[in-house]
Design a protein around this ligand. Structure first.
Ligand code: ADP
Length: 237
């Protein structure tokens, strides 16, 4: 029997609410929040500034340095604060997802720091973090070729569903179980990041990409509107 979603969503429906706000941290050069369902990410951008130590400088282009952190209070059982293997991996993935859209060649020997904090986690935090970070980079005035939007597609047993919640991501075990496939895509359709931690055939993977493209377009419109609103509200901060 095909998988039926416990929260009543259609298979290709994003969680609600989706909220995006730009310019939430006055001290940062750029900032944004992105909420989808019960997952909330906050991103702050500092820079570009000179890279220290000097041996880390790249004379060809600037460095995008992302730091992903899930706050201790973001899940029911408090998480041990500080970096973990998971947060290190997600920080790297976030850099890779965003880098193709950022014109780092304009900033040789410099670094752009992006700090992502997950203040509430209910699955899909890396995608929410990427969505918030892309807006914060644009808000900081870092030249970008394109916006980046991110969403996870899941395979529940054999059925594809969009934007997994915590139950779908971690607790569903029927049939082939749950496979989580986070995807990040530029507005022009370039995939900058895709991860796969289970099994899927190539036909279904094509469907995953189509589902992600369609919903990233929806997310892009929300990101764009939040950036426009920040200008209408009287400037950068
Ligand atoms: P993502 O948040 O990008 O989906 P994961 O698949 O690693 O990344 O995590 C899925 C969800 O599991 C998280 O969003 C969070 O709700 C929960 N989670 C992850 N790590 C922990 C942890 N150390 N303690 C409690 N819950 C966690």
């Amino acid at each position: 029997m095909a998988y039926k979603r416990t929260d009543g969503r259609k298979n290709d429906e994003l969680r609600k609410p989706i909220l995006a706000k730009v310019g939430i941290i006055p001290n940062a050069d750029g900032s944004a929040m992105f909420q989808i369902g019960k997952t909330i990410a906050v991103a702050a951008v500092y820079g570009p500034k000179k890279m220290h130590p000097q041996h880390s400088q790249n004379p060809e282009k600037g460095t995008l340095r992302c730091t992903y952190n899930m706050n201790s209070f973001s899940v029911e059982d408090r998480i041990r604060p500080g970096p973990s293997r998971r947060s290190t991996e997600i920080s790297k993935i976030t850099e890779w997802a965003l880098e193709p859209a950022v014109m780092l060649e304009k900033y040789p020997n410099q670094v752009v720091d992006v700090y992502i904090n997950i203040i509430q986690a209910d699955a899909g935090t890396r995608c929410a973090g990427i969505n918030a970070a892309a807006m914060a980079l644009a808000h900081a005035g870092i030249p970008m070729k394109d916006m980046v939007s991110s969403v996870a597609v899941g395979k529940m047993d054999k059925t594809l569903v969009l934007d997994l919640d915590k139950f779908e991501d971690s607790e569903f075990e029927d049939g082939e179980g749950s496979t989580d496939i986070p995807v990040s895509i530029t507005h022009s359709g370039q995939i900058t990041h895709i991860q796969l931690d289970g099994k899927i055939d190539s036909e279904q993977l094509k469907e995953v990409v189509e589902m992600a493209k369609k919903s990233c377009h929806e997310i892009y419109e929300i990101q764009k509107q939040a950036l426009k609103d920040s200008i209408n509200l009287g400037g950068k901060k």
